[in-house]
Design a protein around this ligand. Structure first.
Ligand code: FEO
Length: 460
């Protein structure tokens, strides 16, 4: 692909890969993908936005050089630093030693570890601007879309917003604009848009709603990092889809539970039935799914939407069956706090499965009972009564929302590592005096444990 002019001063200079069928190991990409990058020129300076996957750096250079020598690019703006956008940074820095990188505080931390190089960097925060000469770019903090580092870049003069992954899709459209999508492929594009949302933004729905609210209403062109740019032909429709997908359904008035199991000879199924019945008897809304034959059940929706999730795993080859691990791997690891889970299962010889699932659920930060529930071969009536009691003990671990503390003393927790900011203690080692309310902590302060942005914290 060569450079494509999108506006008088904006070129698409990214890469198209129509043949790619698996993106980043885990995502299917039936219609290929694109690694987008954009060149934005002002009267005096030029900025490149994103730096593509390292495998495509040479092609990026060729595309940029259709517009200008790459050494004349002054700035590299990194709206997000996952290596599909930052892999080319090291080679770019080697090629352009005077390049200044502009990014968020956590993006700088990530980029340093990705490139293993020192580089001129200006950390920007919400509302900061970059003057290119007759064209000003404004940075809009948009954390958790979908990493802590993410931000938007707004070009007011051309009413163009650069959003990186936000509103993107793995869909290779040669024209690089939505109006170029042939009618035959329109439905396919919409399917890929939804799939991308579910995979990338599903765990970050509150951040999605924030991001939509932060998008300038006057935007007429949205340049994403994957798939076609969005024009006024589809932009409102795509934004509305995101809003619908990210808006939470009303919570049921009762606790919800999912009992997900596999069973070779009916023993683990008996345990599942007894556990589910106990929860239902206590007033829970229970969904039970045989993972070998889920009959269309939305397993990911259940593991991520229910207050209580029980996994019933027999032991096969010293592990749990693949269907159990698939369900565990569907857990959105960001949003499990306050929810409870447990693992149970029948076994014949050694019985590792329930314990292995229990340990994985612990890593995911569910509230867990002390131990998984295990039975050798066929459950007795006593075993069925015991698993019912065990299931009730799991349900009792669900936390009710805590009443809000007064703002000045409200503690905040880092959603990534669990570090707790206590206003009474502050963070004196990093310049935050004891007695500082979280709202008054400087916006560039980062988590002392994991380095995430302040925006990664939520009230405890
Ligand atoms: Fe396209 Fe989050 O990387």
């Amino acid at each position: 692909m060569s450079a494509i002019k999108l506006r008088e001063n904006i070129w698409s200079v990214g890469i198209q890969n129509p043949a790619l069928r698996v993106f980043d190991i885990v995502m299917e990409s039936k219609y290929g993908t694109t690694y987008n990058a954009y060149l934005v020129t002002g009267g005096e300076k030029t900025a490149l936005i994103e730096a593509v996957h390292k495998d495509y750096f040479d092609e990026l250079v060729r595309n940029v050089e259709e517009v200008m020598p790459i050494e004349k690019v002054d700035y590299l703006i990194m709206n997000h630093t996952e290596p599909d956008h930052s892999g080319g940074v090291r080679a770019l820095l080697d090629r352009c030693p005077n390049l200044t990188v502009l990014c968020s505080a956590s993006a700088k931390k990530f980029l340093s570890a990705i490139s293993n190089e020192e580089f001129p960097c200006r950390v920007v925060k919400n509302g900061d601007t970059l003057d290119l000469g007759g064209k000003t770019l404004t940075f809009i903090s948009a954390p958790l879309l979908h990493w802590p580092d993410s931000m938007f870049t707004w070009d007011e003069a051309d009413k163009t917003l650069f959003t990186c992954d936000f509103l993107g899709a793995h869909f290779c459209e040669p024209s690089m604009v939505d109006t170029g999508i042939h009618a035959v492929y329109r439905r396919a594009y919409e399917g890929e848009l939804r799939y991308y949302f579910d995979c990338i933004f599903g765990p970050f729905k509150p951040a999605v709603l924030d991001g939509l609210d932060k998008m300038p209403a006057e935007a007429e062109l949205v340049c994403t990092s994957h798939g076609p740019c969005l024009t006024t032909a589809t932009l409102d429709q795509v934004k509305e889809c995101y809003r619908q997908w990210a808006t939470p359904s009303p919570r049921p008035a009762v606790k919800t539970a999912a009992v997900l199991y596999c069973s070779a000879y009916g023993c683990t199924a008996s345990l599942a039935k007894a556990a589910a019945q106990a929860l239902a008897d206590d007033g829970c809304q229970v969904t039970t799914v045989d993972l070998v034959d889920p009959q269309g059940a939305d397993v990911a929706g259940l593991v991520n939407g229910c207050d209580i999730v029980l996994f019933g795993a027999p032991t096969i080859n010293r592990s749990a069956p693949e269907a159990i691990w698939d369900a565990v791997h569907a857990v959105d690891a960001i949003n499990t706090r306050g929810r409870a889970a447990g693992a149970f299962g029948s076994f014949g010889w050694t019985g590792e499965a329930a314990g292995m699932v229990h340990e994985q659920l612990k890593q995911l930060k569910f509230a867990l009972p002390e131990a998984p529930f295990k039975v050798c071969f066929t459950p007795t009536e006593d075993d069925l009564a015991a698993v019912a009691a065990w299931a009730r003990s799991v349900a009792a671990l669900v936390k009710d929302p805590a009443p809000a503390a007064p703002a000045k003393s409200q503690k905040y927790i880092c959603k990534l590592c669990g570090y707790i900011y206590d206003p009474a203690a502050g963070d004196p080692d990093h310049g935050v005096a004891p007695g500082t309310a979280f709202a008054d902590v400087p916006s560039l302060w980062t988590c002392p444990l994991c380095g995430m942005d302040k925006a990664m914290f939520k009230p405890l």
